[in-house]
Design a protein around this ligand. Structure first.
Ligand code: CU
Length: 286
């Protein structure tokens, strides 16, 4: 049992340990394996095949397990390290300490959006993108997307999602209009509301964070730790609510075989969502 802290509370030493562990995984190639895995499981509902990670009820448990695997790799490098969380409703500016020289570095420069500061700047020599969706070898960020501005979600957006007592709803994909899962995952509805919460944060950062290879930007882990914390908060707020769908879908349901019910094992670990409901077996949020 270990703790995951708010990134704003990390000491200088804790930040350095985390950065050093990430750089070590990058050096050995392990880091890029995680990026490749995320790309592999980034199956949209417009594609065919099983969809364990995105646009799907198992968005939360799949990413919980994915983060646990990454955290295990980090802790094999330095057992004092865990994944901190970034509460973007609180630290939502480009000048937040998260983006400082001693932590994740800042925004990309105008033009090619290349990140020039911090330990993950290409010019520092330790962060070459190998598993990206573009050919660029450097980390890119484009805070707020000035060409078509997008703002970070605010606390009220998160509160609204947390109030929904139903975990997820048919058709169990990116067009579900109710349910905690898509209110947080945040797929917009055509002609309706824009992208929300989780997706909006990916979009606000932009650059490398905007696509299927988003773990190329180390902030991915801090963002998803907060998403994981929001799931835990929702569970606490609605103790009688359950993961849905709890039972196998009827044979005629188009999502049958594509999404994962409570007890259906998810690839690549063959672990069902039911085994990932209680994070306190592994860590707690402080
Ligand atoms: Cu994400």
């Amino acid at each position: 049992m270990y703790s995951r802290k708010n990134q704003r509370d990390l000491t200088r030493t804790e930040k350095k340990r985390l950065v050093d562990a990430i750089l070590e995984l990058k050096r050995t190639g392990r880091y890029d394996d995680f990026v490749t895995q995320h790309r592999q499981y980034y199956v949209t509902d417009a594609q065919s095949g099983p969809r364990p990670a995105h646009m799907t009820p198992s968005f939360f448990p799949w990413h919980r397990r994915y983060l646990l695997e990454f955290e295990r790799a980090l802790r094999a490098v330095d057992s004092r390290v865990s994944i901190p969380y970034w509460d973007w409703t609180r630290d939502g500016t480009a000048s937040a300490s998260l983006w400082a020289e001693d932590f994740l570095g800042g925004n990309g420069r105008p033009g090619d959006r290349q990140v020039m500061t911090g330990p993950f700047a290409y010019r520092r020599g330790n962060w070459r993108i190998r598993a990206g969706v573009t050919d660029d070898a450097f980390l890119r960020r484009n805070f707020g997307r000035p060409s078509a501005p997008v703002a970070l979600p605010v606390a009220a957006d998160v509160e609204r999602a947390l109030r929904d007592p139903v975990y997820d709803a048919a058709p169990w994909n990116s067009v579900s209009t109710t349910g905690f899962r898509n209110r947080i995952e945040g797929w917009g509805i055509r002609g309706g509301r824009g992208v929300a919460n989780h997706n909006r944060v990916h979009r606000w950062i932009g650059g490398s964070m905007a696509g299927a290879a988003s773990p190329d930007d180390p902030v991915f882990w801090l963002h998803h730790a907060f998403i994981d914390l929001l799931w835990a908060r929702w569970q606490k707020a609605h103790p009688r609510s359950r993961y849905l769908p709890a039972r196998a879908l009827p044979a005629e349901d188009p999502q049958r075989g594509r999404i994962f019910t409570l007890d259906q094992p998810m690839p690549p670990w063959d672990v069902p969502p039911s085994r990932l409901m209680d994070h306190t077996r592994y860590y707690r949020y402080v």
